[in-house]
Design a protein around this ligand. Structure first.
Ligand code: RIB
Length: 294
């Protein structure tokens, strides 16, 4: 069994600000740092740090050597990544004094994945292999359909939540990992329990993992539900906390570990990520996460 993550790789321009800028306002940032990020890249690195074998696919621009290098350095297989003319996708991220962020994401038209590239990537995988997807690439619906036709199991982190999600064949998803905002988008419900119930009713064969911020996380599968309280941390930068949780959860689950163990490890990993600046750089090693576990 192998894991393919077909996902974004962004250069994150991170500005430390007192408060996140409001419409019509101009503010001065305290600092600017450039990090490797992208929900796809972060999740591949979290998977690899948690000990899973992971192949990353996606497009980088001519300025993307660092993105490929950070994946390689962390043990991700990068042989399926393709370089295209033009710049890589990038973000402008503001992080305020409480560690909360807001993210502006941009990808050039040249970074649109084509059907022939999708087929070329999927040709390396077999029925029973897993594909992990987020919502930052164009053509994610097509990747999902073709992967399913190939007999792969589809894992979706529908982040960021936006109108593109309504075009996805969500009935083909085997596992959803999502937060309350994304859950509200998919179900039209606001209350977390109603979000969970609705997802379980609509996708009865899928594993549903819902993160609830301060209220922890819940995993529902085969008619059972498991709750994990949040692991407390002093927030420095919340960027990539969700990606860290996703990677650590999947690495444990796909290894066959029990849901309570996997949820606890993922929560601890996310808490460590929150206490550090940056995206990929903030993701802890497995040994750091397990240091505090019994
Ligand atoms: O989830 C965090 C990521 O979202 C950042 O690294 C940024 O690139 C955005 O895609």
């Amino acid at each position: 069994m192998r894991i393919l993550n077909f996902g974004s790789m962004n250069l994150d321009y991170v500005y430390a600000v007192e408060e996140i800028v409001r419409a019509g306002e101009t503010i001065r940032a305290h600092s600017r740092r450039i990090f490797c990020g992208g929900k796809g890249l972060n999740q591949s690195i979290a998977l690899a740090k948690a000990g899973a074998p992971v192949w990353h696919a996606g497009l980088i621009g001519n300025d993307g050597d660092e993105l490929r290098a950070v994946l390689e350095k962390n043990g991700v297989n990068t042989s399926l990544i393709r370089e295209v003319p033009g710049p890589s996708s990038h973000t402008v991220i503001q992080v305020d004094r409480s560690g909360q962020n807001c993210i502006l994401f941009y990808a050039d038209e040249g970074l649109r994945v084509t059907p022939s590239y999708i087929d070329q990537v999927l040709a390396s995988f077999e029925p029973g292999d897993f594909i992990l997807l987020q919502n930052e690439l164009d053509n994610t619906a097509e990747i999902m359909r073709r992967a399913k036709q190939r007999g792969m199991k589809v894992i979706l982190n529908p982040s960021p939540a936006n109108e593109m999600l309504s075009s996805y064949p969500l009935d083909q998803v085997d596992c959803f990992l999502l937060n309350e905002t994304e859950g509200a988008w998919l179900t039209g419900e606001q209350d977390p329990q109603r979000v969970l119930n609705r997802l379980c009713e609509t996708y009865p064969h899928a594993v549903i993992v819902l993160t609830l911020g301060e209220k922890g996380s819940i995993c529902a599968a085969d008619g059972k539900a498991f709750h994990q309280p949040v692991c407390k941390a002093k927030a420095v930068d919340t960027t990539a906390a969700g990606d860290t949780f996703t990677g650590y959860f999947l690495a444990g689950w796909l290894k066959g570990e029990e849901f309570p163990v996997v949820l606890e490890r993922a929560s601890r990993a996310a808490a460590i990520a929150v206490s550090r600046p940056g995206a990929a750089d903030s993701i802890p090693l497995l040994a750091e996460v397990e240091a505090g576990m019994e």
